[in-house]
Design a protein around this ligand. Structure first.
Ligand code: FMN
Length: 206
């Protein structure tokens, strides 16, 4: 009787250990869910005079895009327009952007993403302009087939957050949880920006 109990006890310990080991492995796999996914980080960003940060030589969104690419091992693609007439002064830029939006323009983009099909996950980053995505980002989205891929939106802003701009369902992609971060945090507090990006990416399984 006692031996039977001991054997049952041993069996429980062995099985328990086996399941713990299995779960632990599962946890590791969880953290590396995106290990074999090919990542592209596409972004639009402006330099010059920007709200609350003064005259900048590296755009707020560009800073975040580079942190993401660095942490995910993704390739960077800057969405640049062919005829870049964006004013370098803030007020003029807001007026120019508004006119572009009112026309529902699709400014032509410089270059193409090489071999777009290879990417499983595409981060798309932009500043919030008038509660929307800048028009060149629409050109970018219209230019590729996102069916079956993951899109991860991220934006910089100065108070309004995403404003619903992460809704890109029409692309046929799965839209993953995005990151909205203050432009001045990206520009002036890299430690905080890095921390926020890391936490967010961790939540996505990177
Ligand atoms: C044309 C324009 C419109 C903007 N509209 C908004 C807005 O609606 N909400 C907001 O929070 N910030 C707004 N901003 C602030 C930018 O989103 C913010 O400064 C952003 O970080 C700029 O990023 P960038 O340096 O990558 O271009 C606007 C800025 C510009 C130039």
């Amino acid at each position: 009787m006692n031996i039977k109990l001991i054997l049952i006890g041993l069996l429980i310990v062995v099985l328990g250990g086996f399941f713990l080991f299995k779960n632990n492995k599962g946890g590791k796999t969880m953290a590396g869910v995106n290990d074999n996914k090919k990542v592209l980080v596409a972004y639009f960003s402006c330099v010059g005079e920007q709200y609350s940060v003064g005259n900048i030589t590296e755009g707020n969104t560009a800073i975040i895009a580079k942190i993401i690419a660095n942490k995910t091992g993704g390739d960077l693609f800057e969405i640049k327009v062919k005829n870049d007439n964006y004013p370098r002064m803030y007020t003029e830029l807001t007026e120019y952007a508004k006119a572009e939006m009112n026309q529902n323009a699709r400014p032509e983009i410089v270059g193409k993403v090489d071999n777009f099909e290879q990417y499983d996950t595409i981060f798309i980053g932009f500043p919030i302009w008038w509660g929307d995505k800048p028009m060149p980002v629409y050109t970018f989205i219209d230019s590729y087939n996102f069916n079956g891929k993951n899109i991860v939106p991220f934006c910089t802003h100065e108070g309004s957050g995403f404003c619903g701009t992460q809704g890109m369902d029409k692309t046929g992609a799965k839209i993953l949880k995005g990151l909205a971060i203050y432009g001045h945090t990206a520009q002036n507090d890299r430690t905080e920006a890095d921390k926020k990006v890391s936490e967010w990416l961790k939540g996505l399984g990177f």
